[in-house]
Design a binder for this molecule. Sequence first.
Ligand code: NAG
Ligand code: NAG
Ligand code: NAG
Length: 830
Amino acid sequence: MKHLWDIHFLLLILVYLLGGVTSQVNPGVCRYPLGMSGGQIQDEDISASSQWSESTAARYGRLDFEEGDGAWCPEITVEPDNLKEFLQIDLRSLHFITLVGTQGRHAGGMGNEFAQMYKIKYSRDGSRWISWRNRQGKQVIEGNRNAYDIVLKDLEPPIIARYVRFMPVTDHSMNVCMRVELYGCEWLDGLVSYNVPVGEQMNLPAYPVYLNDSVYDGAIIYSMTEGLGQLTDGVCGLDDFTVSHERNGWPGYDYVGWNNESFPSGFVEIMFEFDRIRNFTTMKVHCNNMFSRHVKAFRQVVCYFRSDSDWEATPLSFSPAADEKNPTARFVIVNLANHMASAIKCQFYFADAWMLFSEITFQSEDDPTHKVDDSNTRILIGCLVAIIFILVAIIVIMLWRQVWQKMLEKASRQMLDDELTTSLSIQSETLGYHTHNQSNTTNAQESNSTYEHIFPLGPDYQEPSRLISKLPEFSQRTEEPSKQANTVQDGVPHYAEADVVNLQGVTGSNTYAIPAVTMDLLSGKDVAVEEFPRKLLTFKEKLGEGQFGEVHLCEAEGMQEFMNKEFLFDITEDEPVLVAVKMLRSDANKNARNDFLKEIKIMSRLKDPNIIRLLAVCIHSDPFCMITEYMENGDLNQFLSRHEPEGHLALLSNAPTVSFSNLCYMATQIASGMKYLSSLNFVHRDLATRNCLVGKKYTIKIADFGMSRNLYSGDYYRIQGRAVLPIRWMSWESILLGKFTTASDVWAFGVTLWEILNFCKEQPYSQLTDEQVIENTGEFFRDQKRQIYLPQPVLCPDSLYKIMLSCWRRNAKERPSFQEIHRAILEIQS
Ligand SMILES: *[C@@H]1O[C@H](CO)[C@@H](O)[C@H](O)[C@H]1NC(C)=O
Ligand SMILES: *[C@@H]1O[C@H](CO)[C@@H](O)[C@H](O)[C@H]1NC(C)=O
Ligand SMILES: *[C@@H]1O[C@H](CO)[C@@H](O)[C@H](O)[C@H]1NC(C)=O
């Protein structure tokens, strides 16, 4: 459940980043939970046709909740021919809903009721109800197969509604109980319906092109009234309108189009109705412009506005520049000049025989996202928004800080089972995946719902930690916002840290996600590391810095005495040892100090030859320090970039080489270190060559300094100055669903292995932009064979590439364990 906050957070940001590019809502990223499980949807907004008992009332129909008798159950058995039971959710405002989740009644093993099938009805005004159907016209959605697994279903087409009803469907008389969740985002356009003449058919010599609105949900007679459909489904048509995004779409599927012969007036009139009076800034119309087929964007548009009962006398008129050169489909942006209206009527004039639209969106003053598109002021406003967000974040963090302490203990129990496993079932049309999640964290419940849509900050975000250089940003809670903004560049929280259970998040030095349960075990025990005399440290180089501390590379004299005999350390007597020293600023507050001490506790328990060790600490006086190992050959990324594969080329260039078997040796060590971490249920979240240090004789230790170096800033995707993500190393479910597990570490291992075999000469997916990498992630999710895998490196034998591919399996459960990977690479090496 804690993951859901990640989704909120990430998706919201993505909506910001990408939403404006294509259309207002990007269905690919508008997928965050709307609050059944998170609690933002209030009990009184959940109702039902009936209930079996008080303890199975509608309010217990929340996905992943075990309260009451564990689900909503209607009063009587559901009969195949009498579908009248429903669970209804009022979202209080219009939402764009892309995904639904259902689950049965498990009740700790007592329950065994679930809905094998269901239908969805929705309404925008509470009176006109529409039955959802998929793009093939099918209404029934396949539901659950057992009482506990969550089954998610994409809604294709998505729904725009305020009220949603789940109606269980059965093929024989049976008891049914349901828990549900809706996923999507707020529908900021506020558009309730568009009325438009029906789309026509274009007869090309080879085949007909159907330009009707195939998913319109209103009445269709001569014209279409009271509905929404393809013009608001978030899907923009392609340049060639005869080709569709939809696999089963006919030619012209994505567009609604009209021919000038049917409109003697020379224009097509579309009337738009909105939920309330709005202050409109722009309208964007996505038009095809394939003039070779007599299709052009409109020549002129004349819009009338109505705020009360009468249409304003003077219309607004706009003529876009005619474009006979560029045949690409495009958004034509119409400035609506701050007209106030609850209805807009626009007449679009033909510029050629055909006019084809695929999407129309509206931006109004009270809708924050449109500002992103305002190119002139984009940067300025972006910064302002970021500052406001940070302010909000600080407030939320302060509030959460208090709640969190209390929740920690509770959460720790729940974290135990938090490994969320995903199994996939690809149905013919809708792609569904089941998640089984025993955990039931309460985080979202206590959240301040005011911020839900602005900045869905969960407890997981309260103390986003940084990697080493971004040291202790604890005083996010106390720092001035302006100061925050200044440090956005290097002080951004690490997304991977986002749901790290707690404390270590603050000091920021490490990326390990520590299950709260492990924390529990640790607490109470004494710190097992010794105090080190500060004066024996000699500064060599700054590895990184943050607002609240620094990380230095130092030489330590006499460290040998401090090093535990229980593990080997490859140094010779008397030589000063290279160490990384993480320092907390002397003026850090009490909380920060406590967190620093907790982090020491955790770090001190990590003992593995392939994991960087905490050697000693300085906590008797300020500034607090943590002294960890450092290895003389630096990180693996730099190390390999300096080397070449054995062979002719290397001979010619006289470059140092690394043999294939040594590459494998290094890979096995990483696998081994990860095996250790995963055995403790630690999730690293940022495994990559930049985070592996190289010692003598190709020894490797896994660290977590990656982000501290400016050198690697290109490996992280910055999101509005608040989170950075190593997206090129992240599994699809980490990016889209915010889920970080050992299986997502395995994915990252696959990428790390790929880097190694490429001698780190190339960034993963170097030919893709960050946005394209995220799009590719969507392809992994959809799994329609359009996802791009990293290519087989030249040096890489098939057997090793096979391991990489297995790490990138869509189904997290099918990915190998680190144990298996370790064994497999050992076999290849020998
Ligand atoms: C649109 O046209 C297609 C192809 O003729 C047809 O199958 C479909 O029923 C039409 N849809 C609507 C909503 O008119
Ligand atoms: C609409 O928004 C603009 C820009 O914020 C503002 O100047 C204008 O006064 C608003 N119009 C009304 C009627 O509120
Ligand atoms: C429709 O458009 C074509 C191409 O621009 C033009 O030749 C024709 O006269 C138009 N027909 C009408 C009725 O306006």
